[in-house]
Write a protein that binds this ligand. Structure first.
Ligand SMILES: [Zn+2]
Length: 279
């Protein structure tokens, strides 16, 4: 794993920054969601493209048994490939277990909206009990351990993490989680607000709006110490979306260092302890 730079060595880019920002610098975390035995070919293409654009490390959000279609720890090729990614500095992050939420009888309008329209039925940790969330988290940690790796973070599918499941994430010893609008330090209790850029490609209208929305968000985050870019394998099946993502990355890395969530967490904690950021 990479080590976070000391605050004095942070590269702050072309413009002088106010003292608070200077201590943290500006970072870009690119995460690839839904890394699994099912998506590996696309993820390999994404990693190659990202590396050629100056993104050598990412946070890889790994699903242990994607839609029940193949466990990572029972696929030796996948296990070896994932271990090689981690050896190159990519961060493994547990991302659900099956990435599926079964529909339940008597669901209200809001639940149906969030779990079917927003996520197409993939919000696995949206409304789990504490016991069931804990069980799946332990299974997930076991699958990663069987691959010879471990994860400091847990990120729920579609960032939908109910209160009971969030409690389970802390109890299971994860250091952090992220929601769409923030990063949570599970050990020290801080919350850092930074909305993730993310594209939606499920329908033509979503593909038309996503570049516009992300461009606006990119501008809004211009001065934030942390810019998050969440990618999904289907993004790479749409050349216009892929090009837009790569062009945003080219703009971002002019004045941001590329890091992982785990390494940024260390930087954040250091900055809080030095009084540069409120917890
Ligand atoms: Zn996902």
């Amino acid at each position: 794993m990479q080590t976070a730079p000391s605050s004095s060595s942070v590269v702050t880019g072309l413009q002088p920054l106010p003292e608070r920002e200077h201590l943290m610098g500006r970072s870009l975390v690119v995460s690839i969601h839904d890394v699994s035995t099912v998506t590996r070919p696309l993820v390999e293409r994404m990693l190659a493209d990202l590396e050629s654009e100056g993104v050598p490390v990412t946070s890889l959000l790994v699903i242990p048994d994607h839609h029940h279609r193949g466990r990572i720890d029972q696929d030796p090729d996948f296990t070896a490939w994932l271990a090689s990614c981690v050896a190159r500095g990519h961060e493994p992050v547990l991302h659900g277990f099956h990435h599926l939420r079964p529909q339940m009888p008597g669901e209200g309008m809001m639940t149906r909206l969030m779990t079917r329209f927003y996520t197409a039925g993939e919000g696995e940790f949206y409304d789990l009990s504490f016991a069931e969330a804990s069980r799946l988290l332990r299974l997930g940690k076991g699958a990663l351990t069987a691959c010879g790796i471990s994860s400091s973070g847990f990120i729920a599918p579609a960032w939908l993490l109910g209160w009971e499941a969030q409690r389970a994430v802390k109890e299971e010893g994860f250091e952090y989680t992220t929601l769409i609008g923030s990063m949570l330090d599970c050990r020290e209790g801080g919350q850092f607000f930074s909305r993730s850029l993310v594209y939606s490609v499920r329908a033509p209208w979503r593909r038309a709006l996503s570049p516009l929305w992300n461009k606006i968000l990119f501008r809004r985050l211009k001065r934030s110490p942390l810019m998050r870019l969440g990618l999904h394998p289907p993004d790479w099946e749409h050349p216009a979306i892929r090009s837009h993502i790569l062009s945003l990355i080219r703009s971002a890395i002019v004045e941001r260092r590329v890091t992982t969530y785990r390494d940024w967490l260390d930087l954040w904690r250091t900055s809080v302890h030095e009084g540069a950021l409120p917890c």
